[in-house]
Ligand binder design. Structure first.
Ligand code: X8Z
Ligand code: ZN
Length: 620
């Protein structure tokens, strides 16, 4: 989760994180103010100060209930969470509506004016003011998130059967993709998608109810509300995302082309066509959003020393605490503070044996007072080492802005929040891993670097079209362009168009494959991750410059650089208090998002891919 606000539950906001939502200079939002409301700047300031206190109270109560429920899913906890959410949503809808009367008041203090704008985009699930409908909405949202968390595939059909597998067990099957067991992967892929058809009706109702809520606060639909959180007109934001996607698309197509050719060779024409879409279950990940697990079969130069961080972590006896301590040490090496003692006491690092929990990783500040926590089911592997850095990035943002007004306690925009930990993780170079004793030997050769680039690209470059399509789907659903009769077909159309992958078996409208991805039932907006994947390379490049790095970007690690840390800290402390271009400028000196640094980082791999793809027909 992220800020609750965007995270899961509707109204609550800023306390958990898989992201936060943010700030608009947008002209949109609740600007249905009556002409000349007669309100004064003093009234605006008094209003926002009351709202600050009101939101804190509601968000903390929601976050406490959410933490309790998602670390122990029970009917009783669900009920408590639904109640807290209902109250929070009621309050939020009311104050958002009320805030409209200050939209056109002249002479309002700029910080107050900004908080009013932020308030108007502060929910990702706006509730209708009708009490029954609001209750229905809160109930559905808790239910969908809990259903996902409890989801299991039971081949025998008996939900209590010995054979039941949770997401972790099914992902473990897919993570062995490089071994090439087509049928085992298909079974795991299909199996997880049995959890989501029951969510379909709930999701449809969720869309209707939140759209009503969005209209009440002045938006055409929920998608427009989400797109209004970026300090620009929502239509301009749409164009901005498309511009960035066009920048990264050619590199993705090269990667796709090479991966498809290798899979074609491994599985044969009848399973993976040489010129078609790739079956979605063969990419080593439940959603085909990251392909890193294929690295063992795609290693460009297999004779170089192995880049097997998972094996090294396991052989060196890393446990969950040591993994988290390692990530914390990266942040402190930059001169940032230690995590508070309470972090270690209150976090959930492991999946409990005897309880249902939401394992999807998240970072929290439950009490909004530096009460930092993460909630994860940590595995000892490379993927989770990176995810821990990701989560601590959220925590460090919380840490450096928790003294701000609550509406400023967000990322500059939500992509910033998602990009902080990832930025540090880009500095987990082979050299760094050797320095801290995880790897014993690393290759410093050109060939070794290409190996590392391939591993990175399978994570990062493969992600872009996925990050692009998820909310393309949701925006279509919220606007009505995608209707319930078309939910699944439209999903696969976008998967095919953007990712060049396809369902391995027939899908119909009896399926609800979007529901098998956490962020749909949890209602976490997803464009943030696409943006974060762009921004993290911009941050990385600028922090590398600050650290005095010389040489190509892909060889840089900012580990230990106090200069880089100081810049980062300055940006974190700003929270959402200023429009995001200001925050971007603090670190990078530019005010525009740009995929240039990402392309610069991957330049050596792009050459390698172009060579490999010579004579192949790319595209799908
Ligand atoms: O959801 C997350 C984080 C929590 S905010 C673990 N991520 C996205 C995902 O898993 O789909 C990080 C990368 C993309
Ligand atoms: Zn996150």
């Amino acid at each position: 989760m992220t800020s609750l606000r965007s995270l899961t539950l509707g109204a609550a906001l800023a306390l958990t994180a898989c992201g936060t939502s943010s700030a608009p200079e947008s002209e949109k939002s609740a600007d249905k103010a009556p002409e000349a409301s007669g309100a004064t700047p003093e009234e605006a300031a008094a209003f926002i100060s009351e709202v600050d206190a009101g939101l804190r109270k509601h968000w903390v109560e929601s976050a406490r209930a959410a933490w309790t429920h998602y670390t122990d899913i029970t009917d009783e906890h669900a009920e408590a969470l639904t109640k807290a959410e209902e109250a929070s949503m009621a309050y939020q809808t009311e104050v958002i509506k009320e805030s409209a009367k200050f939209n056109d008041v002249e002479g309002v203090d700029p910080d107050v004016a900004r908080q009013i704008k932020l308030l108007q985009v502060s929910t990702s699930a706006p509730a209708p003011s009708d009490a029954d409908k609001r209750q229905q909405l809160a109930t559905i949202m808790t239910k969908m998130a809990g259903d996902y968390g409890k989801g299991k595939y039971c081949p025998s059909g008996d939900p209590e059967g010995e054979d039941c597998m949770d997401l972790g067990a099914l992902e473990a099957v897919l993570s062995k993709a490089a071994e090439g067991d087509y049928d085992a992967q298909l079974e795991a892929w299909k199996g997880w998608r049995t959890i989501s058809p029951p969510m379909r009706a709930d999701y449809q109702q969720f869309v209707e109810l939140t759209n009503q809520g969005a209209e009440e606060i002045g938006y055409a639909d929920v998608g427009e509300l989400w797109r209004s959180g970026y300090d620009m007109d929502p239509t301009a934001f749409d164009a901005e995302v498309e511009r960035l996607w066009q920048q990264v698309k050619p590199l993705y197509e090269q990667l796709h082309c090479h991966v498809r050719a290798e899979l074609n060779e491994k599985y044969g024409d009848d399973k993976v066509a040489a010129d078609g879409k790739i079956p979605a279950h063969l990419l080593g990940n439940m959603w085909a959003q990251s392909w890193e697990n294929l690295y063992p079969m795609l290693t460009p130069y297999p004779d170089e020393p192995k880049l097997d961080v998972t094996k090294a972590l396991q052989e060196k006896g890393y446990d969950h605490v040591k993994m988290v301590k390692t990530a914390e040490s990266f942040f402190t090496s930059l001169g940032l503070d230690n995590l508070p003692e309470t972090f270690w006491e209150r976090s959930m690092f492991l999946k409990p044996e005897d309880k249902d929990v939401v394992c999807h990783a998240s970072a929290w500040d439950v009490e909004l007072n530096d009460d930092l926590r993460i909630k994860m089911c940590i595995k000892i592997d490379h993927e989770d080492l990176i995810t821990i850095h990701h989560e601590l990035g959220h925590n460090y943002y919380y840490h450096y802005y928790y003294t701000e007004p609550v509406l400023f306690q967000s990322g500059a925009h939500d992509g910033f929040h998602e990009g902080v930990g990832d930025t540090l993780a880009l500095s987990i170079t082979p050299g760094y891993l050797k320095e801290i004793g995880i790897l014993d030997s690393v290759s410093e050769t050109e060939q070794g670097l290409i190996n590392k680039q391939m591993q990175d690209a399978l994570q990062k470059v493969a992600f872009f079209p996925f990050g692009r399509m998820i909310d393309k789907w949701r925006w279509g659903v919220f606007s009505g362009d995608i209707t319930p009769e078309n939910y699944n077909a439209a999903w696969w159309q976008l998967r095919e168009e953007y990712q060049g992958i396809e369902a391995p078996i027939e899908r119909t409208e009896a399926d609800f494959d979007p529901g098998a991805k956490y962020h749909i039932p949890a209602n976490t907006p997803y464009m943030r991750y696409f943006l974060a994947h762009i921004l993290q390379f911009q941050f990385h490049k600028s922090l590398c410059q600050a650290s005095g790095h010389e040489g190509p970007l892909h060889t840089c690690s900012i580990y230990g650089s106090k200069e880089a840390g100081a810049k980062l800290q300055e940006m974190l402390s700003m929270g959402a208090s200023k429009p995001w271009p200001d925050a971007l400028e603090v670190v990078t000196g530019t005010r525009k998002m740009d995929a240039g640094p990402m392309l610069e980082y991957f330049a050596p791999l792009a050459d390698y891919l172009n060579e490999q793809n010579e004579g192949r027909t790319c595209g799908w």
